[in-house]
Design a protein around this ligand. Structure first.
Ligand SMILES: C[S@@+](CC[C@H](N)C(=O)[O-])C[C@H]1O[C@@H](n2cnc3c(N)ncnc32)[C@H](O)[C@@H]1O
Length: 177
């Protein structure tokens, strides 16, 4: 009942999401939960563990596992942390080879998304990969930029099948031509 189109619609979720999923929203959530709980190993899923029990237990995310501590520490000099909006980075004139953008495009309306997406391509080296997720709102390369990127379907499908963040409705991997 909680994940029904009616209740989620009343909670202010963008109806565009309902167009995106196969069947009802509740069916989508049930399908994703089944995938995370049956097809994948639920004991190994940090997100599921957190949602159900309020902590990670033994299912730590990769970055918090003891076996990765030394690798991360020895490479700290590779990190350059900038706090702020993506829009600020893409305006610096710097270029990147990859973008892990979480689901930030659904915090923007369609017009702003198209503008920011264009700025991301402007800040990308040839062959760079923008990677992002959709949760409630469908977002893929806007028509104006679609011919500048290739959609890496095999990489997307492989990633989706093993994505422990099972609650997303879409996982997008594109590559600049
Ligand atoms: C679903 S969360 C993902 C969090 C992150 N991947 C993690 O594991 O902690 C999306 C994040 O994107 C941030 N965000 C939203 N719009 C953004 C923007 N335009 N630029 C940078 N970050 C943004 C939000 O504040 C939020 O923290």
């Amino acid at each position: 009942m909680f994940f029904s189109n009616f209740v989620m619609g009343r909670l202010g979720r963008d109806p565009a999401f309902f167009d995106h999923v196969e069947g009802s929203l509740a069916e989508h959530v049930a399908r994703q939960l089944r995938h995370a709980g049956v097809d994948l190993d639920p004991a190994d899923n940090p997100y599921l563990h957190w949602i159900l029990k309020g902590d990670h237990g033994a299912a730590l995310p990769l970055a918090r596992r003891a076996e990765h501590f030394d690798t991360i520490r020895s490479r700290l000099d590779r990190l350059d942390l900038r706090c702020g909006a993506l829009e600020a980075f893409v305006a610096t004139g710097e270029k990147a080879d990859g973008f892990n953008l979480s689901d930030i495009f659904e915090y923007m309306d369609a017009d702003i998304f198209a503008g920011v997406y264009g700025s991301v391509l402007g800040a990308a080296n040839p062959g760079a990969r923008p990677v992002y997720w959709n949760m409630m709102v469908p977002r893929r390369a806007p028509a104006a930029y679609a011919d500048r990127v290739e959609r890496l379907v095999v990489v997307e499908d492989t990633g989706k099948a093993q994505d422990k963040a099972f609650f997303y409705s879409d996982f997008v991997v594109e590559q600049l031509r």
